[in-house]
Design a protein around this ligand. Structure first.
Ligand code: PGA
Length: 258
């Protein structure tokens, strides 16, 4: 049985004060109504807020994640952050290859693959994002595009390493648009991704990998998405910025996890 992982991607929102308040509210909400054992919760604030969020969630069991990192350990990479720096402030997760990074900062599968290897070397659990544009979906090439991204970002990864990787399917047309994938659309792509994993590794390993869905997940659609057999939680943007909404999404996973 795979766990559910519900991760909040705060993107470029929240300062130290508002971020700490949000993290505290989530901590308190989960303390009052603890999620089932099969549900993990992760908060991914912007870099300058990582330490204050870490302090606010200390001892709660909530994981801390960054939204990006560089693959090198150190060096002349102005503006970049190294994996060891993330570990030092308490991160155990890192989002890699988000479509906004691919689109605005020209990250490609090869670069994301290098980051993925670096994350694993440093003991960070990477949440690696894949997803198609609306044009690609309408052209009927979703499976090809997403499958290509999965193969690209996982190039050279061993079965042993793969056990420490989380994937997130995020159709770009559903991110921040309020237009979520239907459960059928999400399930179809998640099953395709699991098929690619089975061909790269084996079916047993493919069945163990957590594949989150992301793209306009809200309190009122989380349950139907998470109920899909191959959807193992969510990467939540907008709805992770309000404690009550995020807690409701966690509850949806918790109810399903039993
Ligand atoms: P959204 O963002 O929930 O606001 O659509 C999801 C994401 O980009 O990870």
């Amino acid at each position: 049985m795979r766990p559910y992982i519900v991760a909040g991607n705060w993107k470029m929102h929240m300062d130290s004060e508002s971020g700490t308040a949000l993290a505290r509210s989530i901590h308190e909400g989960l303390a009052a109504d603890p999620p089932s054992d099969g549900v993990s919760v992760v908060l991914c604030p912007p870099f300058p807020v990582l330490s204050s969020v870490q302090a606010a969630i200390a001892g709660s069991g909530i994981g801390l994640g960054a939204q990006n990192m560089h693959n090198e350990d150190h060096g002349a990479f102005t503006g970049e952050v190294a994996p060891g720096m993330l570990r030092a402030v308490g991160c155990t997760f890192v989002i890699l290859g988000h479509s906004e990074r691919r689109q605005h900062f020209h990250e490609d599968d090869a670069f994301i693959n290098r980051k993925l290897r670096a994350a694993l070397t440093h003991g960070l659990t990477p949440i690696v994002c894949v997803g198609e544009t609306l044009e690609q979906r309408e052209a009927g090439i979703t499976e090809e595009v997403v499958g290509g991204q999965v193969r690209g970002v996982l190039a050279g990864i061993t079965a042993q390493e793969m056990k420490g990787v989380v994937l997130a399917y995020e159709p770009i047309w559903a991110i921040g648009t309020g237009r979520t994938a239907t459960p059928e659309q999400a399930q179809e792509v998640h099953a395709d991704i699991r098929g690619v994993l089975a061909s790269l590794f084996d079916r047993g390993l493919a069945d163990r990998i957590v594949i989150q869905y992301g793209g306009s997940v809200k309190a009122d659609n989380a349950a139907e998405l998470f109920a899909c057999p191959d959807v193992d939680g969510g990467l939540i943007g907008g709805a992770s910025l309000k404690a009550q909404d995020f807690l409701a999404i966690i509850r949806a996973a918790s109810t399903l996890a039993g």
